[in-house]
Design a protein around this ligand. Structure first.
Ligand code: LIP
Length: 257
């Protein structure tokens, strides 16, 4: 029997995906606003987060919820962590690389994670200790070394651009390809799907990463980030990889500005 919390997360992720797609189909409904450097918010981000909060509180009244747009509501050890639309810039321009991210933490670790990318027809989920699944198929990483490693990179306006550029320079010098998707969830989903071997982004918020990090761990990968108690309140550098890749570890975990 499927875990009730996972079932709730999957059902509301699909409902939220349809709502976001419907809103995008209505020109003018998005009312896109600039939140900060390279950071947008639309009416769909707010509507989807409101829907997810309503569904969660219907399932688990009074539980704490931390969301990108409306912050922390409630208190307690257990917390749901939501990014209603990750990759808002892509979404608002009609690109398919955006997703809904839903995670649950028991205060000690992330225990449940769902990423739903409606335009890509991809849905991934994991429960700690029970494996990772992509569109229903279990994903287990093997240790076959890629001929040409590919790293998904994120950029954060919270950090000097020099660090990002130096990572690209070092990757290219090492013969490693890189991509930038503008949506951390899609990068993490991409590691799970085998598009990428690793993902790195400095100063990422927990709502962008929580579900995806669990997906990678449960498929047998390795994730590096600040301890959860700290990450719940402040951005963390993120490094996630599918197998042992020593040449990448050195470049992507080296301290850079
Ligand atoms: C975005 C991330 C992206 C990061 C942006 C932003 P949003 O999330 O997924 O990878 O580089 O700074 O945080 O704002 O689209 O949900």
């Amino acid at each position: 029997m499927m875990d009730d919390r996972l079932q709730t997360a999957l059902t509301m992720a699909r409902e939220a995906g349809s709502l976001a797609q419907e809103m995008r189909a209505n020109p003018g409904a998005l009312r896109t606003q600039i939140k900060g450097p390279l950071d947008l918010v639309t009416a769909a981000d707010h509507a989807v987060e409101a829907l997810l909060r309503k569904r969660i509180l219907g399932f688990e009244p009074g539980v704490a919820i931390l969301g990108e747009e409306d912050g922390l509501e409630g208190a307690g050890r257990d917390v749901w962590i939501l990014d209603p639309i990750d990759g808002t810039v892509n979404f608002s321009r009609g690109m398919p690389d955006w997703a809904i991210s839903i995670a649950f933490s028991d205060g000690t670790e992330i225990t449940h994670g769902v990423i739903h990318a409606p335009d890509l027809n991809l849905t991934a989920w994991a429960i700690r200790g029970q494996g990772s699944f992509l569109n229903g198929s279990r994903i287990v990483f093997d240790d076959t070394q890629p001929q040409t490693p590919i790293v998904a990179l994120g950029y954060s306006a919270r950090r000097p651009v020099a660090g990002y550029l130096s990572r690209i320079e070092r990757l290219l010098e090492a013969g490693v390809e890189h991509r930038r998707h503008g949506a951390a969830t899609i990068c993490l989903l991409g590691v799970l799907a085998g598009w990428f071997d690793a993902f790195h982004e400095p100063a990422l918020n927990i709502w962008d990463a929580a579900a995806g990090l669990l997906l990678i761990e449960e498929a047998g990968g390795v994730v590096v980030h600040n301890p959860l108690a700290h990450f719940l309140g402040a951005p963390s550098d993120i490094y996630a990889r599918n197998r042992a890749l020593p040449q990448l570890d050195e470049i992507l975990t080296a301290s850079a500005p």
